[in-house]
Design a protein around this ligand. Structure first.
Ligand code: DP6
Length: 349
């Protein structure tokens, strides 16, 4: 027999960024972060997990290609979930798995991303969140969502935020064992549904410096990162929570843009410096800044993760349409601007 569970998890985009760890193994951050989880219909990971007495070892495929499971992060998530697995019974199929059986049984995992892997579109976030969620269902893990977020965190920090929809805060926590470093939902997906997110896929190539090694180098070499984590982010977190609660777009936009720019500034302050954005990214920033200045109040927010792709957030559909018009005019896909496509709502242009 084979028992299988399939789940789908969207990615999330941080508007107050996580960058830097205080514990590499447990993945504990040096500051709180806030993100918005995208609509599950696009930019998501679909994962099927299966268990069978015929499986001789744990295996995993990503976009059809078998991956090594030797990396500690998968093993850490699997170990945490196995320890919390409970009895599963399917009378129709004549299946009974006891708590003890889970220690010996092996799982197969097949995961698909409907967006470029490792191109700065937070694919690891959706990936690990989906892995943990689907395995927890398969293994009948009875923990609440926040406990699951702490397990997903051990796969990839940003993954803990993808277990919730809407606006999510990852609380850095204080405990050494990471038990209080969990995600909480600030507002659900219906709270501010006027917002429209457009992603300009500037490059779908793999990034040169992964987030994991980039943030380690930053913590080791940048002086600016300490100022950011201790002085700047704590204040911004309070202001961002307030902006989200009040659906205050100008504050939301100012904080998102400033935080993205400071995150890229600490990357530049790393030795050797890390460049995630390219000329096209910089030109998109100038274009949005000019527009916002011309209007007198922010119409669009931008934020860039560890890659050159722009995430643009507009406060309603009308502005989103105008924004797209401008972008298509200044940055037509597949032109010399290097831009591949736009992802908006459920369409790719
Ligand atoms: C720039 O979560 O990918 O997207 O915890 O080492 O797996 P690891 O890093 P990861 O880093 C994400 C960094 C970011 C900002 C953010 O999502 O908050």
């Amino acid at each position: 027999w084979v028992l299988m569970v399939t789940a789908q998890t969207p990615t999330n985009i941080a508007v107050i960024k996580y960058w830097g760890k205080r514990d590499e193994k447990l993945i504990l951050p040096i500051n709180d972060s806030i993100s918005v989880t995208l609509d599950p219909s696009h930019l998501c990971t679909t994962t099927s997990v299966a268990v069978s007495p015929d499986f001789t070892h744990d295996r995993m495929w990503l976009n059809g290609k078998e991956m090594s499971l030797s990396g500690g992060r998968y093993q850490n998530c699997l170990r945490e979930l196995r320890a919390r697995a409970s009895e599963v019974e399917d009378e129709e199929k004549g299946i009974k798995i006891t708590k003890k059986d889970w220690e010996k049984l092996h799982v197969h995992v097949a995961s698909y991303n409907n967006f470029p892997t490792a191109a700065g579109l937070a694919s690891s976030a959706a990936g690990f969140a989906c892995l943990v969620f689907s395995l927890a269902k398969l293994m009948n893990v009875k923990e609440d969502q926040s406990k699951l977020s702490a397990i997903a965190r051990q796969g990839s920090g940003s993954a803990c935020r993808s277990l919730y929809g809407g606006f999510v805060k990852w609380i850095m926590g204080k405990e050494e064992d990471g038990s209080d470093s969990v995600a909480v939902q600030l507002a659900d997906e219906n709270h501010w549904d006027d917002l429209v997110i457009i992603i300009a896929v500037v490059s779908s190539r793999q990034k040169e410096t992964s987030s994991t090694s980039g943030m380690l180098e930053t913590v080791e070499t940048s002086m600016l990162i300490q100022h950011r984590a201790k002085e700047v982010v704590p204040k911004r977190i309070i202001q961002m929570e307030e902006a989200i609660k009040n659906r205050d777009f100008p504050s939301f936009a100012r904080l998102s843009c400033a935080d993205s720019n400071q995150f890229h500034a600490v990357c530049l302050d790393t030795s050797p410096p890390i460049f995630y954005m390219n000329d096209t990214s910089h030109r998109i920033i100038s274009c949005v800044e000019k527009w916002n200045r011309f209007e007198g109040t922010p119409q669009v927010a931008y934020t860039f993760d560890a890659g050159p792709n722009a995430v643009l957030i507009s406060h309603n559909r009308k502005t989103a349409a105008l924004l797209l018009q401008r972008l298509l005019f200044h940055f037509p896909p597949n032109s010399d601007t290097d831009l591949n496509s736009y992802v908006i709502g459920d369409k790719t242009i």
